[in-house]
Write a protein that binds this ligand. Structure first.
Ligand code: ZN
Length: 136
């Protein structure tokens, strides 16, 4: 049973097809031109269980702090219910440090959870990376 995910609406809520939205960043990290685009593509990666992408887009100096196998289990056990952007950060593609604040909703153990986070991102050699964040 294979589903053609490329034709589905993107999980990030953009109303575009996945292949024309976060799918582009999933194929090529440099397609995420802003911190916001990277953040959305990371959300979509959680929804689709693409934890390799989460690892790849986590700042190399921060990767040690995560258990990506555990994140994979968590992403699969969660039912993802949408993303809301609270602060989109800069639209200037020249900035190399930026923040994005978002709310992600998911159901786990039959309970609705809201994850609100102010995330920090850094661009290195043309690629955006997730640095860290404050969960509120
Ligand atoms: Zn998307």
């Amino acid at each position: 049973m294979t589903q053609n995910k490329e034709m589905l609406k993107c999980p990030c809520g953009s109303n575009l097809n996945y292949s024309e939205c976060c799918g582009r960043a999933h194929r090529d990290q440099s397609m995420a031109k802003t911190a916001l685009q990277l953040m959305k593509s990371r959300y979509s990666a959680y929804v689709l269980g693409k934890i390799d992408y989460i690892k790849q887009t986590t700042h190399p100096k921060k990767r040690k702090s995560y258990d990506f196998d555990q994140l994979k289990r968590w992403s699969k056990e969660s039912e993802w219910c949408g993303l809301e952007i609270l602060d989109a950060g800069s639209k200037d593609e020249k900035v190399t440090k930026d923040i994005v604040k978002f709310k992600a909703k998911f159901i786990q153990s039959q309970k609705m959870h809201e994850h609100v986070e102010l995330s920090r991102f850094e661009k290195k050699k043309g690629l955006w990376y997730y640095l860290d964040g404050d969960v509120s």
